[in-house]
Structures are given as C-alpha cells and as structure tokens.
Design a binder for this molecule. Sequence first.
Ligand code: SF4
Ligand code: SF4
Length: 283
Amino acid sequence: MSDRLLNQFTNVAKKALEASKYSTTLGMNMAEDARRLSRAEMNEEDFVRKYQGMVQKEFGKKMELAGIEETKDGPKWGMVIDLRKCVGCDTCTVSCKAENLTPPGISYNVVLVEEKGIFPNVSRTNTPRPCMQCDKPPCVTVCPVRATYKSGDGIVVQDNDRCIGCRYCMVACPYGARSFDFGDSYEGEMLGYGAMTAPDHGMDRGERKKGHSPIGTVRKCTFCFHRLQRGEEPACVETCVGDARYFGDLNDPNSVVSKMASEARAFRMKEEYGTEPRVYYLR
Ligand code: SF4
Ligand code: SF4
C-alpha cells in the first residue's frame, strides 16, 4: 500500500494540534525526535534531557522517562490481517465504532482502499488499519504527562483521565491511529447511547460521570483491551466477514499469528520507521 493513503492522516493530526492551546512547534519537534528514537537514532535519556525544560514551561509538569521495553514474559498480543481475504466490507470499522462508541468522524479502525491499473485491468486492495500497537511507539515517547503507555502485554493504552489533550501523540504516530475527541456525539440519534461498556467512556473512573465520553482527550484503538480481559477477541477480529483477521500471542511460536507473521508474504507498515508494529499483513 502506498504511504499516500496513510499520510492523509498526517494533515488531520497537524490541524488538530494547531487547534489546541499548546505549542505546535514543540509538538512537531518532539514528534520528529520521537520517531528518531524509534529508529534508534536517539536514546530516551537524551530525548527527555532535550525536552524537559520546554515541557516544564509549556505544561508545568516534569517529564519522566517513558521506559518503553520489549514485552518478554507473558503474552505479546499481535494481529495478522490477510489482505487477500479482506473484502472491504467495513464490518470491522462498524463493529469497532459500536464496541468503543467512537464519536462521529472518529474510527479506531479504517479500511483504506487502493485501486491500481486502467479499466478493465484493475486491481483493488483493501487495507484495514487499526493501531499498530508498536513495540517502539513514538506516541508514547512524546506524551508529556505519560497518559499513554505500553501495558504489560505490550498494548499501547490510553489513560483518558490523565490525558490533557495536547495532541502531540497524534502528530508523532506515523499511522494516523489517534484522534482527538472534540465532543461530537450520536446521542441524539442513537437509542441507548449512554449504555456503553467501553472503558474509555468513564465507567468506574474518576471525575467523568458514568457513561460520559472522554471529550477533550485523545482516543485510540487498544486491541479492545477490555474484551481481552474478559477472554474475548477484539471486536474487529470477531466480526470480520472475510475471516481475514487473526489475533493471538506473538510470544508463542506455535500460535497461528506467530506462524502467519513469519510467512514469506508477511509485512508490516512503514517498517523503515523502526516502530516495530505488532500488526502484520499478508500480501
Ligand atoms: S496522550 Fe494526551 S497528554 Fe499525552 S500526548 Fe496525547 S494528547 Fe497529550
Ligand atoms: S500506531 Fe498506535 S502504537 Fe504505533 S505510534 Fe500510532 S498510536 Fe502509537
């Protein structure tokens, strides 16, 4: 898939950042260096040393080391998407929206469509794009308040109660996998909208009232972390019409995903960024 499709999100992220009250220049510079860190051209100590003063001035908080480490023990959740089997029906996008109750204009998962050739000799590739759950996530490096971090099983999660909505993570992500919640809602058109169970909607959480969406913060796919805790697969995997999505433990060499990820037709998006995505595609 050409980067052109992914890069459309770069502009959306930059516009969201420009609309924030925080420094766009600082955010863009931190994002660039966070990506250098993913490519091992910079280390985390140097990153924090370089930005500590500026972060303190902008956010009034001391920046700490993110301490991003490889998941060694326990499961390392990963996903494989077979592009030959994806029929482009967008069921994954819809089931994800329903599961995570994302607002209008925000989808944690999208299906990018690319057509090549001239009629009648055309080919079409449908490429679903969830969060890549990077092993070296620039979005985590850049967060000044450590509201986003890698959990024990390697999933990049978002603490919406800590997030201050600066949107630096959005411009750091090379995959356009993060969105800002501007407060739009389907509440007026969806019966039972307030009966959601997705955890980022303030269930059992601090100040946000039960059922309220995390307006003013950044939102992202978490491989349906709340479903995994119940022993269920992510909603997009469970509902995939083409049976194109596989989910499992990449630390287990005998798992289906491990075997598929080592197939000759396996690849990852933007490998050159050094982010080491845990979403693999089969071409
Ligand atoms: S997670 Fe929230 S606080 Fe952290 S960089 Fe993103 S927008 Fe800023
Ligand atoms: S794909 Fe996900 S984990 Fe990777 S940088 Fe983007 S938001 Fe972070």
